[in-house]
Design a protein around this ligand. Structure first.
Ligand SMILES: [Fe+2]
Length: 199
C-alpha cells in the first residue's frame, strides 16, 4: 500500500447551486481491508476475459483513454449482498445513516489513463469505496482531505479506500504506467437528517 502526502493546488469545495454536503469524518478517507465475505464474491466474479469496452454519458469529460467493464449488476444477489455488507461498514465509519446508491464495475483502466479531479454527483454519491482487484503497476488515487492536504493512495488487491466522495476532490491525476488497473466501486447516499462533523 502506498500512502503519501502530495503537494497539489488546493481546489475549493464549490458544488453550487446544490445543497452543500457537509463533512462527516475528521479526515475524509480511510484505507482498510475489504470484508472477507465481499472480497470472496468479487474474486469469484472477476474475470479479465470478460471485459467489454465501457461507455457512459460524459465519459470523455474525465478521461480520454479507453476503459472496460465487467458488469456485476447482471448478478442481483451478489450486488444486494455487497450493498448490505458495505452499508454497515460505511455507516460505522461516517457516523451517519446511509442508503445504498450503486455498485459499479469492475472497471478496467488502460495504459496512460488520467482521470481528472472531481466531486462525485451531489444528489446520490456522498460516501464511496474504491476496491482494487487487479493491476500490473501502482497507480495513486489522489484525494484532497478536509484539511486541504492532497494524498496519493494506492491499495493492493483485497484492500479498499473508503472516502467522502461527494465533498473530497479526487481523481487519478498521474498518467498510468501499467497496462490494466481493475477496480470496483460502491456508492452510498446520506439518509437525512445528519449533523456535520465538528472535531
Ligand atoms: Fe469519483
Amino acid at each position: 500500500m502506498i500512502l503519501i502526502k502530495e503537494k497539489r493546488e488546493h481546489i475549493p469545495y464549490d458544488p453550487s447551486p446544490l445543497e452543500p454536503i457537509t463533512r462527516a469524518t475528521k479526515k475524509g478517507f480511510q484505507v482498510l481491508d475489504v470484508p472477507p465475505a465481499v472480497y470472496s464474491i468479487l474474486v469469484d466474479f472477476y474475470d479479465r476475459a470478460k471485459f467489454k469496452e465501457e461507455n457512459y454519458p460524459g465519459k470523455g469529460t474525465y478521461s480520454k483513454q479507453v476503459s472496460f467493464l465487467q458488469d456485476i449488476n447482471q448478478y442481483k444477489d451478489k450486488v444486494d449482498f455487497i450493498k448490505a455488507t458495505m452499508l454497515d461498514l460505511h455507516e460505522e465509519w461516517c457516523g451517519r445513516m446511509l442508503k445504498p446508491a450503486v455498485v459499479y464495475g469492475v472497471r478496467s483502466y488502460s495504459a496512460n489513463t488520467i482521470f481528472d479531479a472531481h466531486f462525485d454527483r451531489q444528489d446520490t454519491h456522498h460516501v464511496a469505496s474504491s476496491i482494487t482487484l487487479g493491476k500490473d503497476a501502482p497507480w495513486n488515487l489522489n484525494i484532497q482531505d478536509h484539511d486541504n492536504q492532497w494524498w496519493g493512495v494506492d491499495v493492493e488487491p483485497g484492500q479498499m479506500m473508503m472516502f467522502e466522495s461527494g465533498c473530497c476532490m479526487h481523481g487519478r491525476l498521474d498518467e498510468y504506467q501499467g497496462t490494466y488497473f481493475d477496480n470496483i466501486y460502491t456508492h452510498f447516499t446520506y439518509a437525512e437528517p445528519f449533523t456535520p462533523y465538528e472535531g
